[in-house]
Design a protein around this ligand. Structure first.
Ligand SMILES: NC(=O)c1ccc[n+]([C@@H]2O[C@H](COP(=O)([O-])OP(=O)(O)OC[C@H]3O[C@@H](n4cnc5c(N)ncnc54)[C@H](OP(=O)(O)O)[C@@H]3O)[C@@H](O)[C@H]2O)c1
Length: 292
């Protein structure tokens, strides 16, 4: 497979924007579509689009990502994250397209006690036991891809951060301007994944013609509170931070307490040795418009 034409779905989101930046600076032939141009829940439209475009690689950045709203059975959660993904997989089966899809740490149970069984984080083949609707829909999306029999890459990421869109790092910087004390959860641990690392490592896996499921995440295991501390340290901001427990911060959807993903397979297959959190934070902070 020569793999030189790409289609990006969900192109206006955080990860889709990063993909567009990277591919614009390369010689790759690509088409990027947002939800207005291609709604992945529209099966007919998906088939027609793929039959016309015949991309070698489909990068699916489209997802329903409102974790709390996903608890509402009326939400588009299942329609997008399960049935929409199934549409893409079935259409890729017809056109022989490699489907690159992003999933999440939320497919795992996230019990803190799992840290004992998986001290380096959940490996790719750990049992899938999501604890909320978003996690269940993402798990069903993954299963639909595997059952379709196509060539695929499923990349599980967590705590996605970048200079674009909405994410924790940008929320912290914005909140620090309020001058108020910032309460941040300290009993949920995991690690971020930065969109530039995710795109770079996905491209490496595609170039190496790897298929299957991989985890992409930074190395250090930290709490959200410790992540906030690192962000403010790197930004040189003296923020008034206070740790809180999850039960003091009520939200609609249950969150995993343990979100560490084992990246041994990724490192072995791509030859990379480390993905430090600090490097990712510094790179985002250096982007124009982030600190000033
Ligand atoms: N953000 C995180 O912390 C995180 C963590 C773990 C995994 N992930 C996964 O990483 C991937 C990228 O996440 P992200 O942060 O880039 O998400 P995002 O910023 O919320 O972007 C998602 C994109 O999907 C589009 N979309 C929604 N419904 C669609 C539909 N029916 N058809 C076509 N496009 C549709 C949205 O477009 P509209 O705005 O127009 O609806 C939006 O542009 C997702 O698979 C997500 O599940 C994210």
């Amino acid at each position: 497979m020569h793999q030189n034409s790409y289609l990006i779905t969900g192109a206006s989101g955080q990860l889709g924007t990063e993909w567009q930046h990277v591919l614009k600076a390369s010689d790759v032939d690509f088409t990027a579509v947002d939800s207005d141009r291609l709604d992945i829940t529209d099966k007919t439209a998906v088939y027609e689009f793929l039959r016309t475009q015949k991309p070698d690689v489909l990068i699916n950045c489209a997802a329903y990502t409102n974790v709390d709203e996903a608890e509402n059975p009326e939400s588009a959660n299942d329609a997008v994250n399960y049935l929409g993904v199934k549409n893409l997989a079935d259409a890729c089966a017809e056109t022989g397209t490699l489907l690159v899809h992003y999933s999440t740490d939320y497919v795992f149970s996230g019990n803190l006690s799992d840290q004992k069984s998986f001290p380096n984080g959940y490996p790719e083949d750990a049992p899938l036991r999501p604890v909320n609707s978003y996690g269940r829909s993402k798990m069903k999306g993954e299963e639909a891809i595997r059952e379709s029999g196509i060539c695929y890459l499923i990349l599980r990421v967590s705590w996605l951060c970048s200079a674009h869109g909405n994410n924790f790092l940008k929320t912290m910087l914005r909140a620090s301007n309020s001058g108020k004390q910032l309460k941040v959860v300290s009993d949920q641990i995991g690690s971020p994944a930065f969109t530039f690392d995710v795109v770079d490592l996905t491209r490496k896996l595609i170039t190496l013609k790897k298929t299957g499921t991989f985890h992409i995440q930074c190395d250090e295991t930290i709490s959200w509170y410790e992540f906030a501390e690192m962000i403010f340290r790197e930004a040189g901001i003296d923020a008034d931070l206070a740790p809180v427990m999850s039960n003091e911060w009520p939200v609609k959807a249950k969150r995993p307490a343990f979100s560490k993903l084992d990246t041994t397979k990724l490192k072995h297959e791509t030859g990379i040795s480390e993905i430090p959190v600090k490097d990712g934070i510094r790179r985002v902070l250096n982007e124009p418009g982030i600190l000033n």
